[in-house]
Design a protein around this ligand. Structure first.
Ligand SMILES: *Cc1c(COP(=O)(O)O)cnc(C)c1O
Ligand code: SF4
Length: 324
């Protein structure tokens, strides 16, 4: 597999890589914020993702996900720093528990890219030096937890040793029967995702293992994501995907239909289609609920039931995601 180790942190460099024509056509349609980016939520894009943009028939769609736009600076009423109530649900420095007997670990502050619509855009991430120790201590006193979700940031951006320690620590807690990983790396850094999972071949023998990928557009899937998912499926993982419904990215029935089909050809079932969480600076991605319902109704007539994701919103304080 190609190792796309290059990570762009400068928009100018990223545009150079895309080539003058593509950069110019994009700049014309979108209004990039500035060539310097927001220090609180900086621009980061892997070379792999830049290559996906280059290959895409709809490069603007993917570009909107990664490129800071002027629209982010608008203050819109109702768009806040902690839209999903993460902070009141925080149980320790890195564990969030909102739902009965299941806990989510904010494993790291790092991601393979900074999605401009991220609901944790303003989350006070801290890199915890001994994440495994923290989670282990927390689980010692919470023996009712049966599912642990590794989220973030992106848990697969932890170093292989750190990641393994975290997983091993969870494994010694016999009460935990399901390990779930939420990650966007299969479409951003498939090389790193592959390295992790090659080291963790034996994992499904110890837990039910569930991978929930985050893919928003069919052009994010290619032969490299297919290798990662293929490997996991062969090792016994359950593979699901969540997407965010995003204006200008995937808010049409044809794209959603294609996404479901393509996920399925790579062994992944659509799980959730999330309505946008109202974080500061993401209002330009909003699709209203009526339109969202219309889209789901439309794809339901085109796809088998198992390829129609559940349309949900996260409402702070609720005991589950809320169907729309
Ligand atoms: C979304 C979320 C989960 C997972 O919810 P499911 O409906 O099981 O996918 C768990 N914990 C937290 C804190 C969450 O935000
Ligand atoms: S990978 Fe997930 S946590 Fe990271 S920026 Fe994207 S949406 Fe946010």
């Amino acid at each position: 597999m190609e190792t796309s180790v290059k990570v762009f942190t400068q928009i100018s460099e990223f545009f150079d890589y895309l080539g003058a024509d593509q950069a110019a056509s994009i700049t014309e349609v979108l209004a990039p914020a500035t060539l310097d980016s927001d220090p609180k939520f900086p621009f980061i894009c892997s070379r792999h993702y830049a290559d996906l943009i280059k290959k895409s028939a709809e490069p603007e769609a993917l570009m909107r996900e990664v490129l800071p736009l002027m629209a982010e600076r608008e203050k819109v009423p109702g768009f806040v720093d902690d839209p999903v109530g993460d902070l009141p649900a925080g149980k320790s420095d890195c564990v969030i528990q909102k739902y009965d007997k299941r806990a989510l670990v904010v494993s790291t502050a790092t991601c393979g890219m900074r999605c401009r619509f991220c609901f944790r855009k303003n989350y006070p991430f801290q890199n915890i030096p001994d994440i495994a120790g923290h989670v282990g201590n927390w689980l010692d006193t919470h023996t009712d937890i049966w599912e642990v979700i590794l989220s973030g940031g992106d848990p697969l951006t932890l170093g292989p040793g750190e990641f393994r320690d975290l997983v091993e620590t969870i494994a010694v807690h016999g009460s935990v029967t399901t390990l779930r990983i939420h990650t966007r790396l299969p479409v951003i850094r498939p090389d790193i995702a592959m390295q992790h999972f090659e080291l963790l071949r034996e994992l499904p023998a110890r837990f039910e293992c569930v991978l929930v990928s985050h893919v928003d557009h069919p052009d994010e899937l290619d032969e490299e994501s297919q290798m990662v998912f293929g490997h996991l499926r062969f090792s016994g993982w359950t593979l699901l995907n969540q997407s965010v419904l995003l204006k200008g990215v995937n808010d049409n029935a044809a794209t959603l239909e294609k996404l479901s089909h393509k996920l399925f050809t790579q062994g992944v079932l659509p799980y959730y289609l999330h309505q946008l969480d109202h974080a500061n600076g993401v209002a330009h991605f909003e699709v209203d609920d009526d339109r969202a319902r219309e889209l789901i109704a439309e794809i339901r007539t085109r796809l088998p039931g198992y390829l129609v994701p559940k349309l949900v919103r996260e409402i702070a304080g609720e005991k589950s995601k809320t169907p729309i």
